[in-house]
Design a protein around this ligand. Structure first.
Ligand code: FMN
Length: 220
């Protein structure tokens, strides 16, 4: 199997601050990134997310409506990128969603017996109920899963040589309204603009900066 130099990818990827509006991502690579998102891991396979992919001027224009005012610094990235992914969270993990996951796992051949299926259902419900009823942080728990998808997408894009800009800097309420997300039981969490850098991408020319390893790791 071909070795992938993950350290090189980690140290050479960067947040793209300006995209070349003329450069579009090959559809096959977008398909690959869709697979990366579809197969992102989540706690108890809860998959409490949805991804809106804007690849047209019109689509990116809708997303750009949420980068007005204080978020204007992000507007050119949204408009000039090839694609923008809106990573959304479900506003709840309801019984219908749990049933859909369980049925899918069944169809995908995950259960050797009815007991195994019931056990998986119980385990998943336990965690959902723990976060909803005891810890009362189900919304935060869902968002954590969406951020896993974010990390997975950023690494996947970098591995394909695609530049990316993750963005929390946008008006979530406005975007939810523009995309009609609330009615679908969804809310926007974070954006990722994808494409290829332009000469104006100052961040591509700057060295990367991270705290030193001894600050970050404890080896037992
Ligand atoms: C969750 C998240 C939100 C971010 N929001 C923005 C943003 O709104 N605009 C922007 O230009 N960069 C944004 N960034 C980029 C970070 O500033 C950047 O990842 C960090 O400085 C590390 O630099 P690097 O990605 O180039 O390695 C965001 C990054 C993350 C992970």
């Amino acid at each position: 199997m071909q070795q992938i130099d993950i350290a090189r990818i980690a140290t050479t990827r960067h947040t793209c601050k300006a995209f070349d509006v003329t450069k579009k991502i090959d559809p096959a690579k977008i398909d690959a990134l869709r697979v990366v998102l579809q197969y992102a891991p989540s706690s108890v396979n809860s998959q409490p997310w949805h991804f809106v992919i804007a690849g047209s001027d019109e689509g990116r224009g809708k997303v750009a409506a949420a980068t007005q005012g204080g978020y204007a610094y992000n507007e050119p990235k949204v408009r000039d990128a090839s694609h923008v992914v809106v990573l959304c969270a479900r506003t709840d993990i309801d019984e219908a969603h749990l049933a859909a996951i369980l049925d899918q796992e069944d169809r995908d051949g995950r259960f050797v017996s009815a007991e195994a299926k019931a056990g998986q259902n119980n385990a998943r419900s336990f965690y959902v109920n723990l976060h909803r009823n005891e810890l009362k942080d189900v919304g935060i728990w869902i968002e954590k899963q969406v951020y896993l998808a974010l990390g997975t997408l950023l690494q996947g894009a970098a591995a394909l040589g695609i530049d990316a800009c993750p963005m929390e800097g946008f008006d979530q309420a406005r975007l939810d309204e523009v995309l009609g997300l609330k009615e679908r039981g969804l809310t926007s969490i974070v954006l990722v603009a994808l494409g290829y850098r332009s000469d104006a991408d100052f961040n591509a020319k700057l060295p990367k900066s991270r705290l030193p390893a001894e600050h970050l790791f404890t080896v037992l």
